[in-house]
Design a protein around this ligand. Structure first.
Ligand code: ATP
Ligand code: MG
Length: 289
């Protein structure tokens, strides 16, 4: 957050008014409608551009390139993100096998910061990207459904196609809430701390871990699929208020077409069995994967 916060912080109402005006411009103004996506992108990430113009650019990109049936209406506050409320931070805050992760820092008190995950693994024609983005979205919906009884395990996320701030080419982007810097990878916690002791002190976290394994086993038996536990911090412990909770930060399957399935599955199984033993999961032979 900037030092001169008081000058910069404006009310949510102010941003919403500005946003409504920008929506009108992006959707009604013919000249803007005909502009190319690359021009919008340059405006969106151009430091010198006015916030208003950047909002219009973001809305135009979403309107032009969103590959799915939108769940929300293209009106004022129904859009997934209001760029007026965020400051795009240059440079990544994280990187995994598929995504470069950027921070969109909130400028509005009470509104959470967001992350923009730009897929660096998939490229190709817009049609190919749309197809892959659809797979990614379906995968997310499936994982969300699997773990629906565990509130807060799976973060909300939204995928869209936009041009990458990295290379200006179209890419798949995912938006998610920013969970801060203190995200502890469960497998690192196991190596460095006394996990059983931690769980003894926090029965709720222990129940979450047991439930996570139970559902993962059941779904693997039923579908042959499993969430990806190999990437850094994919399954993590985060602080929510002053409580530690389990978070599936990367709610996706080990399904990427370019990854060697058998090899990956074997490594996954090893990890999950290790976790089972470490936390004293009752049926250590239950793994079917
Ligand atoms: N919502 C978030 N809040 C804070 N940091 C995040 C968030 N999402 C991701 N990160 C950081 O970025 C890193 C990579 O993110 P993510 O796991 O989503 O990428 P990925 O490429 O899909 O990973 P994988 O290698 O498992 O495919 C994480 O390890 C974490 O450090
Ligand atoms: Mg990951």
């Amino acid at each position: 957050m900037r030092k001169n916060k008081n000058n910069r912080m404006r009310s949510l109402e102010h941003y919403q008014k500005q946003f409504s005006r920008a929506t009108e411009t992006a959707f009604v103004d013919e000249q803007i409608k005909n502009r190319k996506a690359t021009e919008h992108l340059a405006t969106l990430f151009g430091e010198a551009e006015s916030k208003f113009d950047r909002t219009v650019a973001m809305l135009s990109l979403v309107r032009n390139l969103l590959p799915f049936e939108p769940k929300y209406k293209y009106e004022t506050e129904h859009l997934p993100i209001n760029p007026e409320m965020y400051e795009f931070k240059e440079g990544t805050i994280g990187r995994g096998g598929e995504n470069d992760v950027y921070l969109l820092e909130s400028k509005v008190e009470g509104a959470p910061s967001m992350v923009l995950k730009m897929n660096h693994m998939d490229n190709g024609s817009t049609d190919q990207l749309v197809a892959r983005a659809k797979e990614i979205k379906d995968e997310y919906e499936k994982v969300k459904e699997w773990f629906k009884e565990m509130s807060d395990l799976v973060p909300e996320e939204l995928s869209l196609i936009m041009e990458s701030p990295r290379n200006g080419k179209p890419g798949i982007a995912t938006l998610q809430k920013y969970y801060g810097k203190d995200i502890r990878d469960i497998f690192r916690v196991m190596m460095r701390e006394n996990l059983p002791k931690l769980l003894e002190k926090n029965p709720r976290l222990k129940a979450e871990m047991f439930n996570f394994i139970r559902i993962t086993d059941a779904k693997a038996a039923e579908t042959g699929e499993m969430v990806d536990l190999l990437g850094p911090r994919n399954l993590s412990i985060v602080k929510v208020g002053d409580e530690e909770r389990l978070l599936l930060l990367d709610p996706h399957l080990i399904s990427h077409p370019e990854r060697n399935q058998e090899d990956v599955k074997a490594r996954q199984k090893k990890r999950l069995d290790y976790l089972r033993t470490e936390i004293g999961y009752p049926d250590a032979t239950a793994g079917v994967f």
